[in-house]
Structures are given as C-alpha cells and as structure tokens.
Design a protein around this ligand. Structure first.
Ligand SMILES: NC(=O)c1ccc[n+]([C@@H]2O[C@H](COP(=O)([O-])OP(=O)(O)OC[C@H]3O[C@@H](n4cnc5c(N)ncnc54)[C@H](O)[C@@H]3O)[C@@H](O)[C@H]2O)c1
Length: 381
C-alpha cells in the first residue's frame, strides 16, 4: 500500500490531537494510503525528541522549514497558533505538497485569501481541521438536511460557550491579536460558521448586529516577571446573519459563559422539523419530526452510535459504545487519506477555499461590530 509520510508542525494541544489521529487511523479504518508519522516539529524549549518518542514520531526537528521542504515528507500538518498557519502552508504549497491546517485557517483575511489562491494556482490539495463536522451526530444532521427532513430552513441558532478564561489565565497567544487574529471569535465562531454552512448546505450572505466585548483587559504575562500585558482580542462576539435560502441566524462565541464548558452546538428549525446538537452530549442528535400526527410529535434523542446507519462509527466499537473528542480528528484523518487517494470523503471536507468563505463571514462580523452596521458578505474580499 502507498505510504504517506506526515510532518506535524506544533506539539501543543492540537499537536497531541493530531498525533493521536495519525497513530490511530490505520488501526480502525481501511485507509487507501497508510500514514507514516515521519517528523514532528517543536520549539527547542518543548523537547520535541521526547514528544516524538511518546507519540510515535520517527524523527523530531526544531527547524520547520527544513521539515516542510524535505523530499521525504508527503503531507504537512499544521498545529501552530493562528499567525503561524500562512507561512508554513505557503511553503508546503510552493513545494507542491498537500497541507492540512488547524482552524481558523489564518489570523487574518488577507492570509486566508493568499493561502486559498496559492493552493488553487498550484493545484495542491488542502484541508482544514474543522473536526466537529466529523462528529457522527453532526455528519448525520448534514445528511438529514440533505434528504429534506427539515423542509425549508427558517432559523439557525448557533452557540459555542466555554468558561475557562477567568482572570487566573495568563496572557497566552490566544489573547493577543498579533498571534491569534481574534479571540473567542476565530477560536469558536469559526467552528459554528463552518458547522452551520456544512449542515444547512447554504452560504451566509449577510451579517448584522455584531457585538464584540473584552471583559478582562489585562492578564499576567507568561514570563518570570509576570507583569501585566494588554488583552487585544475579544472574550465574546455575537452576531446575526442571513443564509442564502432565506433563514435567519444568530451566532454567539464566549469564553466566560459560566457553567458551559464546551457547549458547541446548534438548533436548526425548518418547516418540517428541527435538529439540535450540543457537543457536551456529542453522541446524541435531537430530532423533532413535525410531519408526524400532532398527537405523537415530540423530541427524539438519536444515539448516533449505530455502525450500519451513522457516519464513521462502524469503524469504532460495537453499537452503542460511545466515542469522544479525539474521534473527530481520527475520522478527519481518514477522510484526508481518502481524498489524497482520489476517493470521496465520507462527508465533505473543507479545503482552503472553503475555509476562506468561513473567514469572510468572521471578518464581516468584525466589520459589523466595529462600524455598527449590516455587512453583505460580497463586500468582504
Ligand atoms: N480544532 C479544534 O478543536 C482546536 C482546538 C484548539 C486549538 N485549535 C487550533 O489549533 C492551533 C494550535 O492551537 P493549540 O491549542 O494546539 O496551541 P498550543 O499553544 O497548545 O500549541 C501551539 C504549538 O505551536 C508552537 N508554537 C507557538 N509559537 C510558535 C512560534 N513562534 N514558532 C514555532 N512554533 C510555535 C508551540 O510551541 C506549540 O507546539 C490554533 O490555530 C488553534 O486555533 C483547534
């Protein structure tokens, strides 16, 4: 079987999630190409050699440029902070190599456009780790909407609520615009915009009424001195939107929504039914079938663990044995292997061009918040 030498750039939270995915995928899925965990890049202070040994990478490096350009590498996987997606991605594309990056695709819209255009020009395959698309419940929602189960979609309500960012959290890269681009917005709304575009199969055409707020304006720097620095990104961004098919929508991303730990979800109301998802109960999809006789209408909790009927899960455990966060990444690694082998993914996988559309919506919300006006997505290039 053809081998695929993977290079992973970054060894933090996502570096661990991706390492797990590349290590698991061929064990659970019949992959058309076999990923080889070739080289991991980390900064010198992180001890990449120890990371490589722990996770099963064959080599470790502290020089990402030589890794990306090595003739031994077939796929470049980026798990670095947002400001460090564009440069290595463009280097991979220039070397003619497929590239998968974490979300948001980039820290700025300009970088995202440049990446999408470069990939198109070079004819290189690209991917983005929008892992929530690959939760079986979300993939099922996509399929049910495609089958017309909801009828005409009228409302999309999407929230991604977390509560980890209190005053005790130091000034990590996530709180500075130069590294992150934005705060909860690029971190969490990026997932919501991607997920709702995916489930509805529709584009967002306009954004209005956006509000951005930073509640904690200074945080302790992550240096020995531990003096305070300015937070230059949002803690929360809310906005309204319109979808091409006529639905109206609301989005909310928050890092201080006390009591919500990783509540990433949506409710989509159509003329024939409703679907509801919350990642905190990720194996379940809530369905309300409004075509049933009124006497028996009510909420159905679908446990999305039936291998014969639900996307991806047939490759995991016997029916009704739950899966978790990490499985979305393994499912995505499988689809990347499929696409690289010329096969269709189980459900559509976003490339740089697709993620650029998500980034345009995020940018429109920032413009709407700054200028206090509705913004058509067509305005955002
Ligand atoms: N898909 C998801 O669910 C999800 C979840 C969390 C984070 N993310 C995304 O993943 C990316 C990485 O986030 P994370 O949480 O893994 O971050 P992290 O801080 O845990 O890890 C970042 C890695 O990048 C390296 N790095 C940082 N600055 C660098 C520099 N200047 N030069 C070279 N290397 C550098 C760090 O050493 C570390 O190995 C971000 O784009 C983030 O938005 C996605």
């Amino acid at each position: 079987m053809q081998r695929l030498n993977v290079a992973l750039i970054g060894q933090g939270f996502m570096g661990r999630a991706h390492s797990n995915a590349w290590g698991q995928v061929a064990k659970f899925f019949k992959v058309p190409v076999r990923p080889v965990m070739h080289t991991v890049f980390g900064q010198e202070t992180e001890n990449p050699q120890a990371f490589a040994e722990n996770w099963g990478w064959q080599h470790a490096s502290t020089d990402w440029r030589s890794v990306v350009n090595s003739p031994e590498i077939d796929l470049v996987d980026l798990a670095t902070p947002n400001f460090m997606h564009a440069e290595p991605a463009l280097a991979a594309i220039a070397a003619g190599k497929p590239c998968v990056t974490e979300k948001p695709i980039a820290a700025t819209l300009d970088e995202a456009r440049t990446m999408a255009e470069a990939a198109k020009k070079a004819g290189v395959k690209t991917f983005v780790w929008f892992n929530y698309r690959r939760c079986p419940a979300v993939a099922l929602a996509h399929r049910l909407v495609g089958e017309g189960k909801l009828g005409d979609i009228r409302h999309v309500r999407a929230t991604y609520l977390q509560d980890w960012a209190d005053e005790s959290i130091p000034l990590a890269w996530r709180f500075e615009k130069q590294w992150a681009g934005s705060g909860a917005h690029g971190d969490l709304n990026a997932h919501l915009v991607d997920m709702t575009r995916f489930v509805t199969g529709q584009e967002i055409t306009e954004v209005a009424g956006a509000i951005a707020e930073t509640f904690i304006k200074k945080r302790k720097r992550m240096t020995a001195a531990a003096d305070e620095g300015d937070v230059t990104v949002d803690d929360t961004v809310l906005f309204l939107a319109r979808f091409a098919g006529g639905a109206v929508a609301s989005f909310e991303a928050a890092r201080q929504a006390t009591g919500n730990q990783n509540a990433c979800g949506f409710e989509i109301n159509g003329t024939k039914g409703t679907l509801k998802f919350n990642f905190e109960r990720m194996n379940e999809l809530q369905y309300y079938d409004a075509t049933l006789p009124r006497a028996v209408q009510g909420w159905t909790t679908i446990m999305c663990t039936h291998g014969a009927d639900h996307p991806y899960v047939g490759n995991w455990w016997p029916d009704a044995h739950l899966i978790g966060y990490e499985h979305g990444f393994v499912n995505e690694a499988y689809d990347i292997c499929r696409v690289l082998a010329g096969e269709p993914p189980v459900v559509p996988i976003p490339d740089f061009a697709d993620a650029y559309q998500t980034q345009r919506v995020l940018e429109a919300a920032l413009v709407s918040a700054a200028e206090r006006r509705p913004v058509a997505i067509d305005e955002i290039k």
